[in-house]
Design a protein around this ligand. Structure first.
Ligand SMILES: Nc1ncnc2c1ncn2[C@@H]1O[C@H](COP(=O)(O)OP(=O)(O)O)[C@@H](O)[C@H]1O
Ligand SMILES: [Mg+2]
Length: 306
């Protein structure tokens, strides 16, 4: 079992048509035909959207994505048109709402990995490959790879696991040229971000991008979409605690995962039952981690005045 523990009712705003309630974002279309993306404070873990929200998470994800988009724009254009709140939108959407180009999304989760962990490690332990790419012997959890690799996955509906696929499988689905463009762009953006994060004492172990095509008079052009380089889409590790051979501490859902799988939660991950609400201290610790990631990466104090 998986999905929403409680699916929220979409907020209705005059002039906006509700399109979709994602795990984290609510999508609307405005009268100009642009996409309005509202990042909520929802948290997902173990394929569930949890019944407890993390205050400020939506704003942190949105502001961090904007910060990164600025630092990547010479490599690939991004989808944001405006950060202005649509007329009639609730005041609490401020800081977490983006008006974006509505793109023809590429149905591939474009993952780059510079370090081995998670599903990459699981495949490596079986076959010494990740997404079919051969890797050297002797790597363990958290090892740095000889060079960053493109490890695409096909996007799953809520609840289903994304499936790692080979580059050849991506090429079959989207064509050779688009597959090569996705790989090149993913690795270029990853390398830029890895270097920026590293200067701030953070290892960007891996990250996921989503791209779409915008049609222009000169033909289609690739645009980077969704959120970028946030704790939800990336594994950020404190560099001074990096120690291959174990699970690395990270700036993300670690507290939530640890609590859910501890006896304290009383929850059985393998059961059919939805996860319980998070205790206040887990909410606070998780919120603090998201803010810490924002502050370390941007070098700016978090300000929640929007
Ligand atoms: N510019 C864009 N045009 C169209 N769709 C987009 C754009 N940017 C992001 N999306 C889509 O919006 C959704 C974001 O909501 P989210 O809650 O992250 O969904 P998910 O549950 O699929 O992760 C994703 O399905 C993503 O592919
Ligand atoms: Mg998403």
């Amino acid at each position: 079992m998986s999905g929403f523990v409680e699916k929220p009712e979409p907020v209705q705003v005059p002039g906006l048509t509700h399109l979709h309630t994602g795990k984290v974002r609510d999508l609307y279309r405005n009268e100009a035909g642009d996409l309005v993306m509202v990042a909520s404070d929802r948290m997902s873990a173990y394929d569930w959207v949890l019944p407890t929200e993390i205050p400020d998470k939506g704003r942190v994800l949105t502001q961090l994505s904007l910060w990164w988009f600025d630092r990547l724009s010479d490599l690939v254009p991004h989808h944001v048109l405006s950060t202005e709140l649509p007329a009639g939108a609730p005041a609490d959407w401020a800081g977490r709402t983006l008006v974006c180009k509505s793109l023809n999304m590429v149905p591939v989760e474009c993952v780059a990995r510079g370090y081995l962990t998670g599903s990459g490690l699981a495949e490596y332990n079986e076959s010494r490959t990740v997404c079919g790419l051969e890797l050297p012997e002797g790597l363990s959890d958290g090892s740095e790879l000889p060079e960053p690799i493109f490890t695409p996955a096909t996007k799953a509906a809520v609840g289903d696991h994304d499936e790692n696929v080979s580059f050849e499988e991506v090429a079959r689905q989207v064509g050779d040229d688009t597959a090569a463009l996705l790989r090149r762009t993913t690795l270029a953006v990853y390398s830029r971000a890895r270097d920026i994060a590293r200067e701030r004492g953070i290892i960007l172990a891996d990250t996921k991008f989503e791209f779409g095509f915008e049609s222009t008079p000169d033909g289609d052009r690739l645009v980077i979409a969704d959120e970028v380089l946030t704790p939800d889409s990336s594994r950020f590790w404190p560099a001074d605690q990096w120690q291959p051979g174990r699970t690395q501490p990270s700036y993300d859902k670690q507290f939530v995962r640890d609590w859910l799988t501890s006896p304290a939660s009383g929850w059985d991950r393998k059961s059919e039952t939805p996860p319980p609400p998070l205790p206040q201290e887990v909410v606070e610790a998780t919120r603090a981690k998201y803010l810490e990631a924002y502050e370390l990466l941007t070098g700016e104090a978090w300000s929640d005045t929007f």
